[in-house]
Design a protein around this ligand. Structure first.
Ligand SMILES: *[C@@H]1O[C@H](CO)[C@@H](O)[C@H](O)[C@H]1NC(C)=O
Ligand SMILES: *[C@@H]1O[C@H](CO)[C@@H](O)[C@H](O)[C@H]1NC(C)=O
Ligand SMILES: *[C@@H]1O[C@H](CO)[C@@H](O)[C@H](O)[C@H]1NC(C)=O
Ligand SMILES: *[C@@H]1O[C@H](CO)[C@@H](O)[C@H](O)[C@H]1NC(C)=O
Length: 788
């Protein structure tokens, strides 16, 4: 077989990117907290009414001065606690100097002068805001910290998602002065850099941010596209090219605003701003600061399609941050596409260069050239520590996948799996053709193997049969390896939650389940009531028939049990019950929630529970941490015990459930345990129509609405005793089938069941398997039915 190993790389490399903005946002908070603690510690002793009060009444500066002049004499005398009469008119600290009183700002960041990065003020107009303004917003807004559009007159309808400020005096040439006023009122010190630009410019947001991030904050910056003033007194920068000012310059301009509003009345807005800047700062506009320059390209009568072939050749054009003026938004977008592609090409080149570098450097590193693994830059494959943690390769052909998990021998390829296989085949053939000069036609896939490596991504090995058209369709085989690396790993910021939220357990109880309730209550009392954990239990008794005077109340014993616990734990009545009547055998958790939700405040945390679960404080804490109001709901996957008489050889069966593959399994089909806030539930419920609610459960509700994160995870602290599912056929088809699956999978592991079948056959012979004389053990009969 002609073996050939081709190196393929399909996707970009992994980057774990931690947004620097996070750190910037976090720092003030950390500093603030530490300052707060330090200050309260400093303050505590002074506030007590003791001799220190005296010291406190003196200006600390004065005490320091006195100590430095070694004249603490007088002070020491008075510190001897001798009574001293202070007359009303006597000034307590007569020689106190008129020092300015320090006003602590609200945030530590203000006091420390931590500022945001870049403010962009865009001059737009009533006629262009819908076209050029929107284009500008779409291409730049997500890169900069804050962007505000300014115009001289109110438009009728403003585009969404943009902050627009309009001035009422209808003089376009005065807009820059008004903008300065606006900034002085709202953001005089909030940002390091301020950019003024007209919506006629095309700006490369990413490059712009990169530029301001690399200028030292200590520099005075006044940058743009310099032009001579008409009277030759200096330079100014037109707004259409963009102007960047540092905070230091801006504060000088703001101090001279009055001069500017009385003296700058040229008809050109840019000139007005230029004059104002020249007067207040005495600086000329430049196109660079330090070693950094502001690159721009001025075009005239720009038409993308006509001019791009020429402009492409120019290095200055490729490097420019701003291109202006744009005639319309179409050209703006076309130019944006050009620069995006350009940046992509640059990035690809950079990646190639980095790869070459890694290969070159590897010869000096331990392991030498050999240590470089493929694909370069992607983490190396996982190396198993023992034979138990080998990652399995799944075998596939074009139509089926084999032994994908413990329960299936083979499965038809469909959906994303099929797309995936088709895609890797296509990529392989294309790449082989690229390499050998288009001589291959795809014929068939002999073998395919794939595995998911959590450090790396999806790996594939394919054996392909190809026809070589240059040699009369001669068949050749090629083996290729592919890796689909994991994409950019994103850290999802999570809101903060407190750990002492009250958990409201909702326990639905049907007639079939009533035997388990006493156990549940007992364990609830032990784990929650005795320890005073902040929980509340609401038991929902579900009747199949209306409760008349004649029929005996099936739940009466349980109800008196609940009142017993209520009486026993008087410290807040943390158990109670309600009744529901429901004729159908199947009852959806959505319906139960609808009935009880009104009894709770919107900010209550609900936890749907079931009879048979074990209660553990760890579980409640995890629920509190994982459920976030307006953000995340939690659907834990509990550990479900197998049927005891099938997995244990003799009685008595152990009472506690160990987590191992012999005693149970994590039931990925279980959705009955969930936690969420009432407000989230009611909000999502409003979006759900009555028909949709018919055959859905709470999980569907949150999944379909897609407004909240649905967090689903294995939960070792949630253990569930074996449950005999009744699976009513009146349930919606999906639920019914899920129930049947759970009933079969929940009996025992395949190995255990196989052993039982084997033992059974030995005892009764293979023909007897389905006969009716097996009644000794109902559990085992059910098992055999399920296996058929
Ligand atoms: C403006 O930009 C923001 C952020 O990128 C976006 O959310 C908003 O929809 C944009 N507005 C328009 C009208 O495109
Ligand atoms: C400018 O960039 C384009 C697109 O990446 C490229 O084709 C062209 O060669 C570049 N021009 C110069 C002079 O580098
Ligand atoms: C980027 O590279 C591709 C292929 O190398 C080329 O077709 C495309 O024109 C380049 N982009 C630009 C903007 O030149
Ligand atoms: C399980 O449930 C079925 C029907 O609901 C019942 O016939 C059977 O006796 C139950 N088995 C056990 C062991 O409880």
């Amino acid at each position: 077989m002609a073996r050939h190993v081709t190196l393929l790389q399909c996707y970009n490399t992994i980057n774990v990117i931690i947004d620097p903005k996070c750190c910037r946002l976090l720092m003030p908070a950390i500093i603030g907290i530490s300052l707060g603690i330090a200050m309260s510690m400093m303050y505590a002793p002074f506030s007590e009414n003791s001799c220190e009060t005296f010291v406190a009444n003196h200006d600390p500066q004065e005490l320091v001065n006195k100590r430095e002049q070694k004249s603490l004499q007088g002070l020491e005398d008075s510190l001897k606690f001798e009574p001293k009469l202070r007359l009303q008119q006597e000034n307590v600290a007569p020689q106190r100097s008129p020092t300015k009183k320090l006003i602590r700002p609200r945030y530590a960041s203000t006091e420390l002068g931590i500022r945001e990065r870049l403010f962009v003020a865009v001059m737009t107009s009533k006629t262009t805001i819908d076209t050029l303004g929107v284009a500008f917003n779409k291409t730049v807004q997500h890169h900069v910290t804050k962007m505000v559009f300014f115009m001289e007159e109110k438009g009728q309808t403003l585009p969404a998602g943009m902050s627009v400020v309009s001035f009422s005096d209808k003089y376009p040439h005065l807009v820059p002065i008004h903008v300065l006023k606006y900034i002085s009122e709202h953001y005089p010190e909030t940002f390091d850099y301020y950019m003024f630009v007209s919506d006629r410019a095309y700006l490369r947001g990413e490059k712009l941010v990169d530029l301001v991030n690399h200028i030292s904050v200590s520099q005075h910056v006044y940058m743009g596209f310099p032009q001579m003033m008409k009277d030759g007194s200096g330079t100014y920068c037109p707004l259409e090219g963009g102007i960047i000012l540092s905070q230091s310059i801006l504060s000088r301009v703001l101090a001279e605003l009055d001069w500017c509003s009385t003296n700058c009345h040229s008809s050109d807005a840019s000139l007005n701003l230029g004059q104002c800047l020249l007067h207040s700062t005495d600086m000329n506009c430049q196109d660079h600061t330090g070693t950094k320059s502001y690159t721009y390209y001025k075009v005239s009568d720009f038409d993308f399609d006509d001019e791009i072939p020429k402009l492409k050749q120019k290095e200055v054009f490729n490097a420019s941050i701003s291109v202006f003026p744009m005639p319309d938004d179409i050209n703006h977008y076309k130019l944006h596409r050009y620069f995006c592609q350009h940046e992509l090409n640059q990035t690809k080149k950079e990646i190639e260069k980095t790869k070459d570098n890694i290969i070159y450097m590897s010869q000096f590193a331990p392991g030498g050239r050999e240590s470089v693994n493929w694909p370069i830059g992607v983490p190396e494959p996982y190396k198993p520590k023992s034979r138990f943690d080998v990652i399995r390769w799944d075998y596939f052909t074009e139509t089926h996948i084999y032994f994908q998990d413990d329960f299936t021998n083979y499965k038809e390829l469909k959906g994303v799996d099929k797309q995936d296989v088709q895609e890797v085949i296509k990529i392989s053939v294309n790449r082989l053709n690229e390499k050998y000069g288009n001589i291959f036609l795809y014929s068939s896939l002999v073998n395919g193997y794939r595995r998911f490596d959590p450090q790396r991504g999806m790996e594939y090995t394919l054996d392909l049969v190809l026809r070589d058209i240059s040699k009369q369709n001669w068949e050749v085989e090629k083996r290729v390896h592919l890796v689909r690396p994991l994409g950019r790993v994103e850290i999802v910021p999570m809101p903060y939650v407190t750990e002492n939220t009250r958990v409201n357990l909702i326990l639905p109880v049907t007639v079939d389940e009533k035997d388990g309730v006493a156990n549940f209550l007992d364990s609830y009392a032990k784990t929650c009531l005795d320890s005073g954990d902040n929980t509340y239990l609401l038991i929902v008794f579900i009747y199949r028939h209306q409760l008349d005077g004649g029929i005996e109340d099936t739940f009466s014993v349980l109800k008196s049990l609940v009142s017993y616990y209520e009486r026993k734990y008087q410290n807040g009545g943390k158990v109670s019950w309600v009744s529901l009547t429901h004729q159908e055998a199947y009852i959806s958790d959505l319906y139960i929630m609808d009935e009880v939700v009104s009894r709770f405040q919107p900010e209550s945390l609900m936890l749907l529970s079931s009879v048979g679960m074990e209660l553990a404080p760890d579980y409640f804490n995890r629920v509190r941490m994982n459920t976030i109001q307006g953000w995340q709901v939690f659907f834990p996957i509990g550990f479900w015990q197998y049927k005891p008489n099938l997995i244990y050889d003799q009685k008595p069966y152990p009472t506690n459930i160990d987590i191992n593959s012999k005693s149970g399994h994590y039931d990925a089909n279980s959705f009955e345990h969930s936690s969420f806030y009432v407000s989230d539930f009611t909000d999502m419920r409003k979006l759900f129509s009555a028909e949709e609610a018919q055959d859905s459960d709470i999980y569907d509700l949150f999944i379909k609405s897609q407004k909240l994160h649905v967090f689903r995870a294995i939960e070792p602290a949630l253990k569930h005793k074996f449950k005999n599912f009744s699976c009513p056929s009146s349930a919606p088809l999906k639920m019914f089938q899920r129930c049947l699956t759970r009933r079969s999978l929940g009996l025992a592991s395949r190995g255990q069941l196989a052993k039982l079948v084997f033992e059974h056959q030995k005892k009764f012979g293979p023909d007897q398997l389905n006969s009716n004389n097996l009644n000794q053990d109902s559990g085992r009969i059910q098992l055999i039915k399920n296996l058929n």
